[in-house]
Design a protein around this ligand. Structure first.
Ligand SMILES: O=P(O)(O)OC[C@H]1O[C@H](OP(=O)(O)OP(=O)(O)O)[C@H](O)[C@@H]1O
Ligand SMILES: O=c1cc[nH]c(=O)[nH]1
Ligand SMILES: [Mg+2]
Length: 207
């Protein structure tokens, strides 16, 4: 399944990203904020554990997210600010990394580096702001399944309908939580209206 956020704050922040006057520093911070909100939406039904903590009035059993069952995996580069944002909320979550680049001629993705912790019994939150053709996400999910992920949840900011459909067709078991779904892909396989190249926007390599 996929779920587009209905949160008006998310809409507001996505539109800040679309504005070309939003420079790289604010662009990254905005991605961080959106990611924290959609992560909270995605974790709404995540398993919890009862933990005994020491409060100001003595010991108390409380319900906490089972953070040790989570692994955060950004697809670099553009996924990096998503990781930073979510780690601010869940500082003890484990992280892994996939560095992928889409060949802009063929739109096919290539994996350059990976560092993935043990995924046995874990839920992966896979982080990439953009689903264009869906190729990078499909390849990333293939890789994490080979590594033994029990469950994969994809967190994304913008997607084209055809890319989301492709991911769902290839991996119907992967849930997608996305901030906003745009109209279409253009002839260069960029999302319209979109925001341009998310990696370039975040890391100031536009011009
Ligand atoms: O759905 P697709 O057609 O595969 O395109 C989406 C991919 O393109 C972007 O990364 P890019 O390859 O530009 O790398 P970057 O993060 O270094 O900019 C984006 O972050 C996705 O990973
Ligand atoms: O619109 C797009 C498509 C692929 N990658 C991006 O960063 N943006
Ligand atoms: Mg890019």
């Amino acid at each position: 399944m996929y779920k587009e956020s209905t949160n008006v704050v998310v809409k507001h922040l996505v539109n800040r990203l679309r504005d070309v006057r939003t420079a790289s520093n604010e662009f990254r911070l905005t991605i961080e904020e959106i990611s924290r909100i959609i992560a909270a939406e995605a974790l709404q039904d995540f398993q919890t554990i009862t933990t005994n903590i020491e409060t100001w009035q003595g010991p108390l059993d409380v319900e906490m997210l089972e953070v040790q069952k989570l692994v955060l995996v950004p697809i670099l580069r553009a996924g990096e600010p998503m990781l930073t944002g979510i780690l601010r909320t869940l500082p003890y979550a484990k992280s892994g990394f996939l560095a992928m680049k889409r060949d802009e001629e063929t739109a096919l993705s290539k994996l350059f580096y990976e560092n993935i912790p043990n995924l046995e019994g874990k839920t992966v939150l896979l982080l990439d702001p953009m689903i264009a053709t869906g190729g990078s996400l499909i390849d990333g999910i293939d890789y994490l399944k080979e590594k033994g992920a029990q469950r994969i949840v994809s967190l994304n900011i913008l997607g084209a309908p055809e890319g989301i459909e492709a991911v769902q067709k290839a991996h119907p078991d992967v849930d997608i939580y996305i901030a906003q779904i745009d109209e279409r892909l253009d002839d260069n396989k960029y999302i319209r209206p979109g925001l341009g190249d998310a990696g370039d926007r975040a890391f100031n390599t536009n011009a």
